[in-house]
Write a protein that binds this ligand. Structure first.
Ligand code: HEM
Length: 229
C-alpha cells in the first residue's frame, strides 16, 4: 500500500487538513453544529423535523421530474407509469405525496410551539417572520403540486381553489386569470403550476430556510419557560 505523504498522519487526515486550512471546515462545524444550546424538550425537534422533510421533498421531487411530463396529454399517464412501471416509483411518489401532508402538519406544530414559548418576541421577530413566509411557501407548494397528477380530483380542487382567489374584492377576477393563465383551467395552468412547484417555490423555500437557520445560529433559540420564570 502507498505510504502517507506525511509520516505519522493518515492520508485521510492529510486531505482533511488541506481542505480545512482552505475552506475552514472546523470553524463551520463549530459554528453550525457544536453550538451551546439551552435545555429544551421534544417540541424543539419540530424545526429540525421540518428541515429534514424539506430535504426529503426536494430529493423525491427531483426524482419524480425524471418521468413526470407536465402536459395535459401526458401528465396523468406519466404518473401511472411512475406508479406501475418505474422501479420504486410508487415509493418515491408515495414519500413525496405523504411527505407534503406531513410537512404542513409538522411546520404548523412547529409554529404553535414557537408561539407558546413566545419565540416571536424580541430578538426573534425576524426568525418568526421568515417562518411565517415559510408556512406560506409550504402551502403554495401543496396547492401547486395538487394539480400536477391531472386527475379529476386535481382538476376540480384547482377549479375551486382558483375561484376562491377570484372572490377577492376588486382585483379577484384579475388574480384568478393570472393563476389560471386564462379564463379556464388548461395547458397554461398546468405549465404555470409546474413552474411554481419545481422552480419558484422550492427556491423560495431553500432561500428562506437558509435565512431562518442563519438567524437561529446567530440569535440562538429560547428555552421552555420554567415554573418560577
Ligand atoms: C419549512 C418550514 C420551517 C423550517 C424548516 C424551520 C426550521 C427551524 C429550525 C431548525 C429551528 C430551530 C429548532 C427549533 O426551535 O425547533 C427553528 C426555530 C424557529 N422557527 Fe422555524 N422552521 C420553519 C417554519 C417556521 C414557521 C412557520 C414559524 C412561525 C411562523 C417559525 C418560527 C420559528 C421561530 C420563532 C424559531 C425560534 C424558536 C425558539 O427560539 O424557540 N418557523 N425553525
Amino acid at each position: 500500500m502507498a505510504q502517507s505523504p506525511v509520516p505519522g498522519r493518515s492520508r485521510g487526515q492529510v486531505i482533511f487538513d488541506w481542505l480545512d486550512e482552505r475552506a475552514g471546515l472546523t470553524t463551520i462545524w463549530k459554528t453550525v453544529f457544536a453550538r451551546a444550546v439551552p435545555e429544551t424538550n421534544w417540541f424543539y425537534t419540530l424545526g429540525s423535523a421540518s428541515t429534514i422533510l424539506a430535504v426529503v421533498q426536494v430529493v423525491t421531487g427531483m426524482l419524480l421530474t425524471i418521468y413526470y411530463v407536465p402536459s395535459p396529454d401526458h401528465a396523468y399517464e406519466s404518473i401511472q407509469f411512475i406508479m406501475n412501471e418505474v422501479t420504486f416509483g410508487w415509493l418515491i411518489r408515495g414519500m413525496h405525496h405523504w411527505g407534503a401532508t406531513l410537512m404542513v402538519i409538522v411546520v404548523f406544530l412547529h409554529m404553535l410551539k414557537c408561539f407558546f414559548v413566545g419565540a416571536y418576541k424580541w430578538p426573534r421577530e425576524l426568525t418568526w417572520l421568515t417562518g411565517a413566509l415559510l408556512l406560506l411557501v409550504v402551502m403554495l407548494l401543496g396547492f401547486s403540486g395538487y394539480l400536477l397528477p391531472w386527475n379529476q380530483k386535481a382538476y376540480w380542487a384547482t377549479a375551486v381553489g382558483t375561484s376562491i382567489i377570484g372572490a377577492v374584492p376588486g382585483i379577484g377576477p384579475l388574480l384568478m386569470e393570472i393563476a389560471r393563465g386564462g379564463s379556464e383551467i388548461g395547458a397554461v395552468t398546468l405549465a404555470r403550476f409546474y413552474g411554481l412547484h419545481i422552480w419558484w417555490m422550492p427556491i423560495a423555500l431553500l432561500g428562506l430556510i437558509g435565512v431562518h437557520l442563519y438567524l437561529i445560529i446567530r440569535i440562538g433559540i429560547t428555552h421552555p419557560p420554567a415554573r418560577n420564570e
